[in-house]
Ligand binder design. Structure first.
Ligand code: ADP
Ligand code: ADP
Length: 222
């Protein structure tokens, strides 16, 4: 079967800035891959290309065999942006309803209740976004990315606002997704975060892949 995500020779220029200079990456179904690199390395750009928000200047990106950005690719992809913002007036449940409509997902109450439970927000389902902590909003963002049971989930720095309990919850959630055969790409600038949960880590710097392997491989010197 085709990889959930395959990125080959991807380049992206923004005017004179070269954000990506040839990145290769694959995520198989049931695999949790960390995309690690310092700020400005190109992680967000790569993720936006994978979810179809940004067009690559060169190279090939496929989601389950479909070209990135195509309707077929978008239908099986979930995404949480690094700097997401939900309307302050909306409740947790309303945010998910809104995204169910945008995703043209059948949008049943059961799906929303299950997703809110999975991110520990069942009690907060009627709370408005403006009354939530940043950590709660981030967990709501993760729930939003799981609407429609995507086969590929792209999470851009999804735990930056979480306390240790929130991070543990997200780690357990990612392991559960892997068990369900979902492919996850997790962007982070923290080695500790990706090595704890990821099967495979790709390190990029200045838009280029500099290392790729299992966390123990990468920890080995030389
Ligand atoms: P990271 O997610 O690893 O922090 P980004 O993908 O956000 O890196 O950024 C990679 C490079 O591309 C940076 O130099 C950034 O300034 C530049 N960049 C990203 N998006 C744009 C844009 N829309 N216009 C111009 N430059 C951009
Ligand atoms: P998280 O674990 O999501 O990071 P925090 O540690 O920031 O959440 O907050 C702990 C609890 O305090 C939350 O579960 C929430 O019930 C409550 N809380 C935090 N910030 C706010 C707020 N701005 N308004 C109302 N309740 C809040």
């Amino acid at each position: 079967t085709a990889p959930a995500l395959s990125v080959a020779g991807v380049r992206k220029r923004f005017g004179r800035t070269s954000a990506l200079n040839g990145v290769d990456l694959e995520v198989q179904p049931g695999q949790l891959v960390g995309l690690l690199g310092p700020n400005g390395a190109g992680k967000s750009t790569l993720t936006k290309i994978a979810c179809g928000l940004v067009r690559p200047s060169d190279g090939a990106v496929r989601i389950a065999g479909h070209p990135a950005g195509s309707a077929a690719a978008r239908a099986v992809t979930g995404y949480l942006a690094e700097l997401f913002r939900f309307p302050g007036w909306a409740s947790a449940d309303e945010v998910l309803q809104l995204h169910q409509r945008l995703a043209r997902s059948p949008g049943d109450d059961g799906e929303r209740a299950e997703l809110l439970a999975r991110v520990g927000l069942s009690e907060a389902r009627h709370r408005r976004v403006e009354e939530m902590s940043k950590g709660m909003q981030q967990r709501l963002g993760i729930a939003q990315a799981l609407i429609g049971s995507p086969r590929l989930v792209l999470l851009d720095e999804p735990t930056s606002a979480l306390d240790p309990a929130g991070r543990r919850l997200v780690r357990d959630l990612l392991v559960d997704l892997r068990g369900r055969g979902v492919a996850v790409l997790l962007n982070s600038h923290l080695l500790g975060e990706v090595e704890q949960v990821c099967d495979h880590v790709t390190i990029i710097a200045r838009g280029t892949t500099v290392a790729s392997g299992t966390p123990p491989d990468l920890a080995r010197p030389g």
